[in-house]
Design a protein around this ligand. Sequence first.
Ligand code: SAH
Length: 673
Amino acid sequence: MSTFTSRTNIVTGNHEWVFVDDEQFDYQQELARSAFADMLHDHERNVQYEKAIIKTIDTLSKTLNRIHVLDIGTGTGLLSMMAARALMKTTCSSRITAVEVFQPMAKIAKKCIEKNGYHDRIRVIDKRSTELDLETDLQGDQINMIVAEVFDTELIGEGALRTFSEACKHLTIDNDNLRIVPSRAIIYIQLVESPFLQEFHTLKNLSKDEKRIRIPLDCRHLAGDTIFDLNANEIRDRLRPLSKPIPVFHFNFKSVDDRNNFTEEKILENIQCESDGQIDAFVMWWNLDMDEDGEIQLGTIPSWCYDDKDKAQHIQWREHWIHGIYYPQKPKAVKANEHVNLYSFHDEYSLYFDVGSSPFPPRSFTPAFLSRSAMSGFNNDQRRQKYVEGLQKSFSNSSIHRCLYIGDGLLLPLLVLEMYPQIELIILESSNVHLVQTLKAILENSSSQLSYRLIPTFEKDHVDLEKIDMILSEPFFTKSILPWDNLHFYYLLHQQTQPLNMKLFPQKARIRCIALEFDHLHKIRSPVQQCCQLDLSPFDEQILEASLNVDAIVEPQSLFEYSSKKPTLSPIIDLIEIDFRKNYQDKLEKNHFDIPITADGICNGIAFWIDYQLEEDLWLTTGIETENDSWATYSKQGVHLLLKPLKMRAGMKLSINAGFDFHQGQFLFDTLS
Ligand code: SAH
């Protein structure tokens, strides 16, 4: 069987399907991209699960003479093997059934179980647990213990509520003797003030007095109402807690409430605010009682909530469970000791929160039209300031009267209209209809003195390029995944047959890179080998094979969320420069680079990004902002994680090949050393 995979084609600006003649491709793609390795590197998770499994089996074996364990979502078979190890120390007769819905993973489970010699004790079934039948799949042998790790950052996003509810209902009749690991969960939130987090949620005014452009309230939340997941420990200094942690939802996995389709709505009255401030966001985390007594705990509590500073220092790093950020419908100013009502709601998979007096839950939740980083791109002051400076420089030349704007970014066209009402702006409509509607709604709500026109294509019928003095782009396109996908701007320009004699903004782009030693991020792709003295090498082998076959060498990541060693291992290196005026035809540019290493360390990653030259001496970056030596929050960067990290000493060189294939519109890269 052959199959297709999707990528962003920057020549056409669309997601496209690429034909792959390999029957394993789609499985391998899913395998290679799963955050499984990171989860298995989560030492605290593994240890707490094993402790709870041992304790629960020990307790059950005192009253039962037969234990049937069901491991839901077995993955590598890890929890089943832990259970097998614990059961061997009892005198009970036992049985372990492991169920895994993702077939390639079920195959890996079988291999891992065999490798560790537990194949006689554990039976793997490749099914969703909710499809298991007590008679046919379990031969009528009721379960009396469930182990499951089916949680995501939002706790319930992988369908945990239904998973537990159905297993309890259909696979046992003796709920009293049933034990579940974990046994219960609590979802917590904390009210926080954070203009930084608001940047990812609400479009900010263009100017203090909103002279011309006025953004209507209902156009301000383009990233939707659902979770913004992020590693909150990394942004501790960009938020200020306004309340104590608030336990909101309590789940007992033995008695999940399945009325109303697993929805629950709650108002917590009189939540006390601890200091003056503005409730900009809610930080969410959860905690599990692993055993029935709640002695063994596992959770995603943020570092600042630990009383024990030493413990907070050594908090488990994880990527598979991070933190949830949610937003109130409107930020709310509060005073110290003021009491507020907290509205909380969850459905089968997601959570929602609000404060204030608005009706809750809202009748319809807003879907996302823009990514969180694109929202930050609109709001970020440094980025805005660069465009303002660039426009001021460009427009100081009075011969510019008519401009054409290309792209999905809302900021630049609005800035031009706000700053230069005398300029005629022709806007090429985005292919994203929601963005076109939003732009129209903003413009209709704004001052009537604006001079603009939207056109569906830039064929001659709609615009005469000879009469255009300047073409502008941020450039930003919603379908972009990697930083250079926005080079779609170059392809749009060069589709035109007319000469590009007008001014271009930006004029050039350059792709840059830096060698890094990540503190943790590299773990998401590094081999697991042993986990709690269990050999998981069959898993490593499959993942390695899958990622060699299909994984993009450079993956998108928001690097402001991931710390790395300072000073960096190398300076910033320019790899390729693209002059938007020049036509590169179908050229393939590929060169060899020796990245000079300037600090000792282990190189486990190379980060890539793109900068745009707006005007002479004015560059806008999507990578490291040199002014404050931090990663831009308004764009993801490209990251290559080295399968084999390299020990480096200052004075050494890291050799890579990098370039650009203008025909395919693809960034090219490989490491040599
Ligand atoms: N138990 C393993 C893997 C946890 S990851 C460990 O702790 O290391 C969760 C796994 O559960 C994934 O492989 C996912 O495919 C699977 N899964 C989630 N819900 C499931 C369900 N209801 N039935 C079967 N598999 C499920």
